[in-house]
Design a protein around this ligand. Structure first.
Ligand SMILES: C[S@@+](CC[C@H](N)C(=O)[O-])C[C@H]1O[C@@H](n2cnc3c(N)ncnc32)[C@H](O)[C@@H]1O
Length: 240
C-alpha cells in the first residue's frame, strides 16, 4: 500500500518543506485555462490539485485510497478551498460527473495503453507528469531503478505510435526533512527494507544535510532531486 500513517506524514512534510507541487504546477499551468474543469487522477494528498484549483474553474481530485483523501478534505476546509471536490474511486471507474476539459496525472499514469481511457474523461488535453529517475536519491542507489528513465520510455512509445506530444524535462527537489538520525534510519528502512544497517548508516553519513528547523521541528534533510518530465497530449492530435 502506498499510504500508511508514516508514509503520509513523511510525504506531507516533504511536500510542505520543498514546495515540490508548486514547482510542478509552475510547469503545467500554461496548459490549464482559468475556465477549465480539471481532473487530477491519482491525486494522493492533493497538493497539486489544490495548486491547480487556484487558477481553474473546478478541480476533481480522484484517488483509490481513503487515507490521503481524508487529509485533503481537512486541508480544503482549513484553507477554505471551494472549487475542489474529492472522489474516492478507481481511476478506470470514475463516474460521468468527473468528465472535464483537462486530465492531469502526476506520478501515476505513464502507460501508452491507458492514454485512450484517460481521454474518455476529457475534452481538451492530457497532462502527464512522469518520473525519469533521481539525480541524487534519498535512498541508497539500488532502489532508484524503480522509476528510472520511465519518461524516456514513454516518449519512445508515443513516437512509435505516431502520437504527437509536447514534453519538457526539469529537475525538482522532493527531498525528505527528518527530525533525527534515528528517523532517517527508519525512513530508509521503510522504503528499502532489504538494506542492511551498515548500508543505511553509510548513506546517512554521506547524504544527510543539516537544515534550519522547519515547522515540524525537522533539522535534517535527505535530498532527492527528481528528474521529471511533463507530457502534454492534445485530444485532437490523438484522435486523428
Ligand atoms: C505516486 S502517488 C502520486 C500522488 C500525487 N499525484 C502526487 O504527485 O503527489 C500515486 C497515487 O495513485 C493512487 N492510485 C493507485 N492506484 C489507483 C487507482 N487504481 N485509481 C485511482 N488512484 C490510484 C495511489 O493511492 C496514490 O495516491
Amino acid at each position: 500500500m502506498f499510504w500508511t500513517e508514516k508514509s503520509t506524514r513523511w510525504y506531507k512534510q516533504a511536500a510542505e518543506y520543498t514546495k515540490y507541487h508548486h514547482a510542478i504546477y509552475k510547469e503545467i499551468y500554461p496548459f490549464i485555462p482559468v475556465t477549465a474543469s480539471v481532473l487530477d487522477d491519482g491525486c494522493g494528498l492533493g497538493y497539486l490539485s489544490a495548486e491547480i484549483a487556484q487558477n481553474a474553474k473546478v478541480v476533481t481530485a480522484v484517488d483509490i485510497d481513503d487515507r490521503p483523501l481524508e487529509d485533503l478534505v481537512e486541508r480544503l476546509k482549513q484553507d477554505n478551498i471551494k472549487n475542489l471536490r474529492v472522489i474516492k474511486s478507481d481511476w478506470s471507474e470514475i463516474s460521468e460527473e468527473a468528465k472535464c476539459d483537462v486530465v492531469v496525472s502526476s506520478f501515476f499514469k505513464s502507460n501508452i495503453e491507458d492514454i485512450g481511457r484517460l481521454f474518455e474523461y476529457c475534452s481538451e488535453r492530457l497532462i502527464l507528469v512522469v518520473s525519469n529517475g533521481s539525480e541524487n536519491s534519498f535512498l541508497p542507489e539500488r532502489n532508484s531503478h524503480h522509476y528510472r528513465k520511465r519518461a524516456d520510455l514513454f516518449a519512445d512509445n508515443l513516437r512509435s505510435k505516431g502520437i504527437p506530444f509536447y514534453d519538457k524535462k526539469c529537475f525538482i527537489q522532493f527531498g525528505q526533512p527528518l527530525s533525527s538520525v534515528a528517523e532517517a534510519r527508519e525512513f530508509i528502512n521503510h522504503y528499502q527494507p532489504t538494506c542492511d544497517n551498515g548500508e543505511i548508516d553509510d548513506h546517512i553519513r554521506s547524504h544527510v544535510e543539516n537544515i534550519t528547523k522547519d515547522a515540524y521541528g525537522n533539522q535534517y534533510f535527505l535530498s532527492n532531486l527528481k528528474e521529471v518530465c511533463i507530457f502534454v497530449i492534445e485530444k485532437n492530435d490523438y484522435m486523428y
